[in-house]
Design a protein around this ligand. Structure first.
Ligand code: DAH
Length: 342
């Protein structure tokens, strides 16, 4: 009897000491298994029950149960304090400093090209034009042949570009869209076609191997050069201000005849001559002309019945001019500190 009592005492003391030194929940669980588990030290004591007289058994059973209860109670206390300590540590580690400055959400900004294109589209849509799209990868036939630039034509050399196969290339101009639209045979035509073009140009302050043009085309009966002039006059006034004057200088483009380059009076000095217009008073803006009868024919239109005019504007060119940007390369950096200024 007293043997068992002594044994129980030792087990309890041993367990209590281990519990008081437990370093974590896992450790505590190990002690629970070792003491209270199926093969635990407390269960082991029960094996000695057979040596206890039947009348003493209930008493011994009570001792065992009491010891178990005390051990469980202590375990619970230690468990709660370990958990409280863990929570405290976690809260400390995850502490948020509400006085830190907030992360600023930066919004992007529209590109000067996009802003300029919107403005141009608005002007032409206001005059009844449609906005048309065309492929950036184009057939040599549309980019050159149908625009009156046959193989071996010197104009082809000037624009030689990135060929994909012998007859497919990255378009050098948006003019092929003219041919594509005319071929569809829906007349009259009033369209502009903006898009990216590619040339084997070296990068500098005014050149890039990839830039944007806006093509314009009008085909109708009785269209004359004065329609061209009136339209581009109106466009220039809307874009650069009501005071703007235009000047048409004879030029050569294979797909128009006659052809011209159009200058606008400098919107900085009003035409007197300043640093901006390099003292000229005029700034070159675009190429234009009356659609060549041969081009009309190649695209299935009878030149005796229909005439038309066309023009091509460099988008970057007018975006740079209007915003007084002195280096075209800035347009391709997409640095929001630059873009934010427009
Ligand atoms: N495609 C010409 C170029 O890239 C620009 C141009 C000139 C377009 C005259 C036209 C035009 O439609 O009539 O230089």
């Amino acid at each position: 009897m007293s043997d068992i009592e002594q044994k129980l005492k030792e087990i309890e003391e041993h367990a209590r000491e281990a519990i008081s030194k437990a370093e974590g929940i896992e450790h505590l669980n190990e002690i629970r298994v070792a003491v209270l588990g199926k093969k635990g030290t407390l269960k082991n004591v029960m094996k000695d029950m057979k040596n206890v007289s039947p009348e003493d058994r209930p008493k011994v059973g009570k001792w065992v149960n009491d010891a178990r209860e005390r051990i469980e109670e202590q375990m619970e206390t230690v468990r709660s304090s370990i958990e409280a300590k863990l929570l405290e540590e976690r809260l400390e580690a995850e502490k948020i400093d509400v006085t830190l400055p907030a992360k600023v959400q930066k919004t992007g900004h529209r590109h000067p090209n996009s802003i300029m294109l919107d403005e141009v589209e608005k002007i032409f849509i206001g005059m009844g034009y449609e906005v048309i799209d065309g492929p950036e990868i184009e057939y040599d036939e549309y980019n050159f042949t149908k625009l009156n630039i046959p193989a071996n034509h010197p104009a082809k050399d000037e624009q030689d570009t990135f060929y994909i196969t012998d007859d497919i290339l990255l378009r050098t101009q948006t003019s092929p869209i003219q041919a594509r639209v005319m071929e569809q045979g829906k007349l009259p035509i009033r369209m502009i076609a903006p898009g990216r073009v590619f040339r084997s140009d070296e990068v500098d302050a005014t050149h890039s191997p990839s830039f944007h043009q806006i093509e314009g085309l009008v085909i109708d009966k009785n269209v004359t050069f004065s329609d061209l002039k009136g339209t581009l006059d109106e466009f220039s006034r809307k874009l650069f201000g009501e005071e703007t004057k235009t000047k048409f200088r004879p030029h050569h483009f294979p797909f128009t005849e006659p052809s011209a380059e159009m200058d606008v009076s400098c919107f900085k000095c009003g035409g007197k001559g300043c640093r901006f217009c390099k003292g000229e008073g005029w700034i070159e803006i675009l190429g234009c002309g009356m659609v060549h009868p041969h081009v009309l024919e190649m695209c299935g239109i009878d030149p005796d019945e229909y005439q038309g005019f066309a023009f091509g504007v460099g988008l970057e060119r007018i975006a740079i001019l209007k915003n007084e940007i002195d280096d075209m390369r800035l347009l391709y950096d997409n640095d929001v500190r630059f873009l934010n200024q427009f």
